[in-house]
Design a binder for this molecule. Structure first.
Ligand code: CA
Length: 132
């Protein structure tokens, strides 16, 4: 939500977003008026957000939501695998029983004894040996 006094230069009331942790960081954009900005993504772990308001024409203000983007944000693990971050910004997938591969993409198939083949066509591994 953005509801600030509008001006073509956004010089009276505005929210100014910078890519970094200080007022000297590279400016991304200055926002004012009522148009909701698109999602903003920082290049690093900091965004500098400055709200400025002058002494006249007060509006409702703004509301922002911050989300951390990690190697797990794109849900890289298939088949309900759990994405686990490591300490260097990477990730690995903990797969449910029966699934393997870096992304839990492979399904282990256990052959069924021949005398059961006519009743059961697909059986998947069920065990507690999920690797973490
Ligand atoms: Ca104002």
């Amino acid at each position: 939500m953005l509801s600030l006094e509008f001006d073509y230069m956004c010089q009276y009331d505005y929210v100014e977003v910078r890519d970094g942790d200080s007022v000297d960081s590279r400016i991304i954009k200055r926002f004012c008026g009522n148009d909701r900005p698109p999602p903003i993504r920082s290049t690093g772990s900091s965004l500098h957000v400055l709200f400025h308001s002058d002494g006249s024409k007060n509006f409702d203000g703004f509301h922002a939501i911050f989300e951390e983007i990690t190697a797990c944000s794109s849900s890289p693990c298939l088949h309900d695998g759990t994405c686990i971050l490591d300490k260097i910004g990477g990730h690995k997938c903990a797969c449910l029983a029966g699934y393997t591969g870096n992304r839990c993409e492979s399904c282990e198939y256990i052959p069924v004894p021949t005398n059961m083949n006519k009743y059961v066509q697909n059986v998947y591994v069920l065990s507690n040996s999920t690797a973490v």
